[in-house]
Write a protein that binds this ligand. Structure first.
Ligand code: FPP
Length: 235
């Protein structure tokens, strides 16, 4: 049996439920997203305190462009506000920030904010926060193949390890624990390649309410799992 490390090295989270959290309070969906950013900052630091080395969160999916235009522009604006409000703190707290996703469709202003977040935190080593923005798991596989082909990698040399080097999360080991908040039991095109052996934990908790107690409950569930990586239960 694969010994289960009590603490995962890499946690991935689909932060779902911001809209419902706001609706329950008769507030606009944007208010939920804003609260979601505050929840995220707390969880990054809580993960770092527990010795988790990598946290990857789904902030905006390739499919989120289909939302009403005011919600899409609200989310874009929120990123700029979040970077202005929290970058200094996260940088001081030892967080390295990486953005994964297709940057070609976002505004110059947003691209500049991402670059600033990455460059000002690149030497930090306490925890790596990868923010998936305009990201989709299928997009990731396709862009990795395109890069490999462009670099002239011969087809017979393109194995799993080689392709992984071109994937958006090549700076991180595969996630050990994949959490989705908000009650849906789906992967929704997040980290399709990388989450092949991740332990999946789904919770009804809406993302803005996901705090240290909920994180610890997910970690306890992870620690109870017997990770076999496709080997038999008896071995
Ligand atoms: C899902 O809730 C959440 C999102 C689509 C956005 C997640 C974004 C954040 C937490 C904040 C942005 C992050 C950064 C790093 C600036 P939902 O709207 O689908 O909620 P619902 O299912 O209740 O409608």
């Amino acid at each position: 049996m694969e010994p289960t490390a009590a603490i995962p090295r890499h946690v991935a989270i689909v932060m779902d439920g911001n809209g419902r959290w706001a609706k329950k309070r008769f507030m606009p969906r944007f208010f939920g997203h804003k609260q979601g950013v505050d929840a995220l900052v707390k969880i990054v630091l809580a993960c770092a305190d527990r010795g988790i080395e990598y946290l990857t969160v789904f902030a905006f999916s390739s499919e989120n462009w289909k939302r009403p235009s005011e919600e899409v522009s609200g989310l874009m604006g929120l990123v700029l506000v979040a970077v202005a409000k929290y970058l200094g703190k996260l940088a001081n707290d030892g967080v390295r920030i990486q953005i994964i996703g297709d940057r070609s469709q976002v505004s110059d202003k947003l691209r500049a904010a991402w670059e600033q977040a990455e460059s000002s935190t690149r030497h930090n080593t306490r925890i790596t926060l990868s923010v998936a923005f305009n990201y989709g798991g299928r997009w990731d596989v396709v862009q990795a193949c395109q890069k490999a082909i462009r670099e002239g990698v011969p087809a017979d040399q393109l194995d799993e390890a080689r392709l992984s080097q071109y994937m958006a999360l090549s700076h991180a080991p595969d996630p050990d624990l994949f959490i989705r908040t908000g009650g849906e039991v789906r992967i929704s095109n997040f980290l399709l390649w990388q989450a092949a052996y991740a332990e999946l934990v789904f919770t009804d908790c809406l993302w803005p309410e996901f705090g240290e107690a909920e994180l610890d409950a997910a970690l306890a569930e992870y620690a109870r799992r017997d990770r076999r990586f496709a080997r038999s239960a008896a071995s």
